[in-house]
Design a protein around this ligand. Structure first.
Ligand code: MN
Length: 131
């Protein structure tokens, strides 16, 4: 089955690039342009992974991640934060909010798909292996 990835990103250029890269790897991409839209879509489509921009208008990525982690259906879903913040401590803040990992902007097209793929290879909840 094709994994579905929810991409929460308010910047059209970043959304376009992210979507292009992930679709070229065969993933199904569902876009959300705000934190609220991302939460709504995540609940409804139950994606295999969520790519989450941290700098969003209104509800930021930290708040979105915390909300996602309070939903039992989405508690195990990998969340990969994407942020251009370069300050020390951001990684810890991202992980403390419930994200599984962290990719820095600008997105590197040469490594982005492999990084995302590494989060999708986590063992499934039923313990089954993927061959
Ligand atoms: Mn943004």
């Amino acid at each position: 089955m094709t994994p579905t990835i929810l991409v929460v990103e308010d910047n059209e250029q970043n959304l376009y690039l992210t979507t292009f890269l992930l679709e070229s790897r065969g993933y199904r991409v569902v876009p959300a342009r705000s934190g609220a839209e991302g939460l709504d879509l995540a609940t409804r489509i139950r994606p295999e992974l969520i790519v989450l921009d941290i700098q969003l208008p209104g509800m930021d990525g930290y708040a979105v991640a915390r909300e996602l982690r309070q939903n039992p259906d989405l508690n195990e879903t990998p969340i990969v934060a994407v942020t251009s913040y370069a300050m020390a401590g951001d990684r810890e803040r991202v992980l403390a909010a419930g994200c599984s990992g962290y990719i820095e902007k600008p997105i590197d097209p040469g490594t982005f798909r492999d990084e995302i793929g590494s989060y999708l290879k986590a063992p499934s909840a039923d313990g089954g292996s993927v061959s």
